[in-house]
Design a protein around this ligand. Structure first.
Ligand code: PLP
Length: 387
């Protein structure tokens, strides 16, 4: 029996605020009845502010992986080349999915410590004089590495090359925590999920879709049924869906959107930027390495911390879980056991962060990991001096 709250500091799923839980605590209802339609229409409209778009936003009852698939099958035909960039494990998984679905990913190699290189993408596009490449797919915030790629820079090179490929961006762990501007940045398809910056439990995923991408989908794509955007448009216009939506989660989404807009999106982003900076101050204070090697691309949603040589990240995480009832993110794939990840996204304040960082520092000590004292102190100093 444990007392007090578990600290869920993985970079998603994140902690759902009580306000969102209370909004979901209601009777299951008729998803074709009038009350639901009014609520869902409002959600579909107000989501546009979160995505910073005038485009349609589709909601699928699915994990984020479903919205990845929807983005690909609506826009690409079997055999279509698609340019993807290895920013980490999530980019790798999206590329594997593209292969399994019969597309031809050109996977640009990355070292998991830097973001998607816009210049290199530009060079690939320049070489593609026949415009065979139908889409450029990038993960905005690769949750495995804590690197936030520069999406406007990628849009710029695409425009410079005059390349007509669609730009598709995974924002599953950035939307609602790190600034993302669908329309201003010319993103054709946005992929998002409910359980990271959007304050909800897992179970919803999203595609924001430009007119250009919608036209491509209507003219072709791959055979699809469940993920078809077009089927959504008619019912969505009046707040309904072609199949049973996740009604309860949508009531939670209504509340989550309200919370984000009440705080103000720019304030939400500033809060996460401040907590990201404080976390990095702590990591430096411990004398440990931040996995991301480009300070301009540090993620404000999570920080991946590199373990000193010879010590395992998973043993440290286990020590922290056993001793302090806190879950931290594990290292994935190439960096398994080499890094641990501190989530600082979603419903989060200064004391949540300090509880988290104190737990890490106590864990480093208890697990016998070589480190300097004073990381948590450095974060406190930063937080006390800034607001
Ligand atoms: C979590 C995550 C995914 C996968 O989402 P699921 O909801 O687990 O399917 C994909 N991309 C990024 C960047 C993520 O953070």
């Amino acid at each position: 029996m444990k007392s007090g709250r578990h600290f869920l500091q993985i970079p998603g799923p994140t902690n759902t605020p009580d306000r969102v839980f209370r909004a979901m605590h209601r009777a299951v209802m008729d998803h074709r009845g009038p009350e639901f339609g009014v609520m869902a229409k409002g959600v579909l409209d107000d989501l546009k502010a979160i995505f910073k778009t005038q485009n349609r936003v589709f909601i699928f009852p699915a994990s984020g992986t479903g919205a990845w698939e929807a983005a690909l099958v609506n826009t690409l035909a079997p055999g279509d080349p698609v340019l993807m960039y290895e920013t980490g494990q999530f980019a790798t998984l999206w590329k594997k999915m593209a292969e399994r679905l019969g597309f031809e990913p050109i996977f640009m190699q990355g070292d998991w410590r830097h973001g998607a290189n816009a210049e290199a993408i530009g060079a690939q596009l320049k070489a593609d004089t026949s415009h065979a490449i139908k889409a450029v797919c990038v993960v905005h915030n690769d949750t495995s590495t804590g690197i936030t790629s520069d999406i406007p820079a990628i849009r710029r090179v695409m425009d410079e090359m005059g390349h007509p490929a669609l730009l598709m961006v995974d924002t599953i762990s950035s939307l609602g925590s790190i600034d993302f501007r669908t329309d201003e940045w010319g993103v054709d398809v946005v992929v998002a999920g409910s359980q990271k910056g959007l304050l909800l439990p897992p179970g919803l995923s999203f595609n924001a879709v430009s007119d250009k991408a919608m036209a491509v989908a209507d003219a072709g794509g791959t055979k699809r049924s469940y993920w078809d955007w077009h089927d959504m448009t008619g019912p969505n216009d009046s707040g309904y869906f072609p199949y049973t939506p996740a009604t309860t989660l949508l009531y939670g989404l209504r509340e989550a959107i309200d919370m984000l807009l009440e705080e103000g999106l720019e304030n939400v982003f500033a809060r996460h930027a401040r907590h990201g900076e404080a976390t990095r101050a702590a990591v430096r204070g411990w004398g440990l390495d931040i996995l991301c090697q480009d300070p301009a691309l540090y993620s404000n949603a999570l920080t991946a911390v590199v373990m000193p040589d010879g010590t395992g990240a998973d043993a440290l995480r286990q020590t922290i879980l056993d001793g302090f009832d806190m879950s931290l993110g594990t290292g994935l794939n190439k960096i398994a056991d080499r890094v641990f990840r501190i989530g600082h996204l979603g419903d989060f304040n200064d004391l949540t962060l300090m509880g988290t960082l104190c737990g890490v520092e106590m864990g480093l000590q208890r697990a016998g990991v070589a480190h300097d004292k004073g990381g948590a102190q450095a974060a406190m100093d930063f937080l006390a001096a800034s607001r």
